[in-house]
Design a protein around this ligand. Sequence first.
Ligand code: SF4
Ligand code: SF4
Length: 176
Amino acid sequence: MTSRVPIQEIKSDNRVCGTCTACCDGWLVSEVLDMRPGQPCRHRTIEGCAIYEERPEKPCRTFSCSWLTEDFPLPESARPDQSGVILSRLGNWGLWPVLAATPTGAKFDPPTFDFLKSFCTQNNVAILCVELEMIDESFTGRGWQKTFGPEDFVSALRSGDNVDALWELGNRVGRV
Ligand code: SF4
Ligand code: SF4
């Protein structure tokens, strides 16, 4: 186990968080930890999580980082602090696994969007992306979503169907 902050138990034999702290930096929301976009968890230190053994169930123990744990062919370069996107499994849409894509900032850089789009088409993975409205580095509580995946997934989420169910499945940054 790395001494850096892992928001979850390390489950991969091959990957460790290393210097990444993306999931403790405020891009996942927790009222208990007073963590929100623009404001990291108050227990995050330069050496890692100050309360690792006592960290709360949500989001710390339930969050599952796809780069670290999933059996998807995510490249090394997709580590969240390097790629600018935290990917986590939301569930399934038919036969398609669905990943939530949360930017490590208000918005995705164009290359990150390109990566997500090509990852989706090459691996038959549906992706729900969220971007945030930030004013003066504060999250307003509003944002936008963008989807990649099969046509019915894209059109259903565009029309608003099933959005609530997907939100409830994940550890999202906020409601859009
Ligand atoms: S308590 Fe804070 S620093 Fe510790 S794992 Fe959870 S989010 Fe990260
Ligand atoms: S986002 Fe993933 S790789 Fe980065 S610290 Fe969290 S669990 Fe580790």
